[in-house]
Write a protein that binds this ligand. Structure first.
Ligand code: SF4
Length: 366
């Protein structure tokens, strides 16, 4: 049984019609529901719900405080390689872009790790472009083994692998996997991807394979703006809920990255405004109250500040998206443009000023 079967049920579903038909009574029912169902979730994502955004935000805040308390976990991304064999139309690392390609040695990874760890960060997310030849599973595993010496939690955002390979990474010290489907719309997915990543189903099933291999946490999401964002947000929420039901022992989170400027200058045909981003976050919180919600430095500072308290539980800080960017500055192009350039200290101060506590460590890998 795979989440794909859930997606299949929505193959001929008329999202535009269902979302367009949602009215005040549907939003009121969704807001008062003890456990909102998929229909309620869809209503909360509809244009009609925009008029109840304040009520959604209030309820979202109440649930977040009850489930997570006044804390925001901080993490940093660490790009160790930008070699990639794919052509994703929206990405600065895609094979065809003329950027310097780099892969860090273990010594260079250690240097990056020391700089990040000196800021107090203890949760690290290691990322690569998708190239099995340049960044084989053995290389990623060796990096994880090294990073666990400096960080209490090591997560990865890398190309999808099979279950035994996930198990190999878990044995190296991996405790979390982040993998975004980019878009759940199979036709748009097919049009935007070239290379091994074009295999929609292999990517869709990756979180399940990682859960079966006993990762501790798994994060899913769509790159909002690539396709109809209401549909992508809806299926992201369903995906997270499905994983929670199927793997109750695993911590599931969602992310809501918006498409940002990048090398190649792909522009979004389905732009998501700030107000709409807040709506998506609140709808997530109401539908999947136990799921973590991550907001990265893709978002501008003022936006991130205002999302604290609304549902977010995890933020990146002091980030570099260039390979080797912490030690050497930008020798290569980043995967996307960072919009919040504040240091870890500045982001922490902002979180305190909002009445929340930044948490650097809530887990210790044994
Ligand atoms: S999104 Fe990932 S797979 Fe696609 S081009 Fe960028 S780095 Fe490669």
């Amino acid at each position: 049984m795979s989440f794909f079967e859930t997606i299949e049920r929505y193959r001929d579903f008329d999202f535009a019609d269902a979302i367009g038909r949602a009215g005040e009574a549907d939003i009121a029912r969704a807001l008062s529901a003890e456990r909102p169902g998929p229909e309620d979730f869809l209503a909360l994502l509809s244009p009609a719900a925009e008029g109840r955004l304040e009520d959604m935000a209030r309820k979202s805040q109440e649930i977040t405080l009850r489930q997570f308390g006044r804390v925001i976990q901080l993490y940093a991304p660490l790009y160790i390689s930008n070699y990639c064999v794919n052509e994703c139309a929206y990405c600065g690392f895609r094979q065809g872009t003329q950027i310097p390609r780099m892969k860090l040695t273990m010594e260079e990874i250690e240097r990056e790790a020391r700089i990040i760890a000196a800021t107090g960060i203890r949760h690290i997310l290691v990322l690569t472009g998708e190239s099995r030849r340049e960044s084989p599973v053995s290389y990623i595993g060796e990096s994880i083994e090294l990073l666990r010496e400096h960080f209490s939690s090591v997560s990865a955002e890398v190309y999808p692998v099979d279950e035994p390979e996930y198990a190999e990474l878990v044995a190296s010290g991996l405790d979390g996997l982040t993998i975004y489907q980019e878009t759940y719309d199979e036709n748009v997915y097919d049009a935007l991807h070239r290379g091994p990543k074009r295999d929609y189903r292999w990517r869709l099933d990756a979180p399940e394979r990682a859960c079966a291999a006993h990762v501790r946490t798994v994060g899913v999401g769509a790159l909002l703006g690539l396709a109809d964002w209401r549909r992508d947000a809806f299926l992201t929420g369903l995906h997270a809920a499905w994983l929670q039901d199927r793997f109750p022992e695993i911590e599931v989170s969602v992310s809501l990255p918006r498409l940002q400027p990048q090398e190649g200058h792909y522009t979004s045909p389905h732009e998501v405004g700030d107000k709409e981003l807040v709506q998506i976050m609140c709808a997530f919180r109401l539908f999947i109250p136990r799921a973590g919600i991550t907001v990265s430095t893709r978002e501008r500072g003022y936006m991130r500040d205002n999302l604290v308290g609304l549902g977010v539980t995890r933020m990146s800080a002091g980030s570099h998206t260039e390979v080797g960017g912490y030690a050497q500055g930008p020798r290569t192009t980043g995967q996307f443009e960072i919009a919040d350039h504040r240091s870890v200290e500045e982001v922490s101060a902002m979180i305190y000023s909002r009445g929340y506590q930044p948490v650097f460590k809530d887990w210790q890998n044994l």
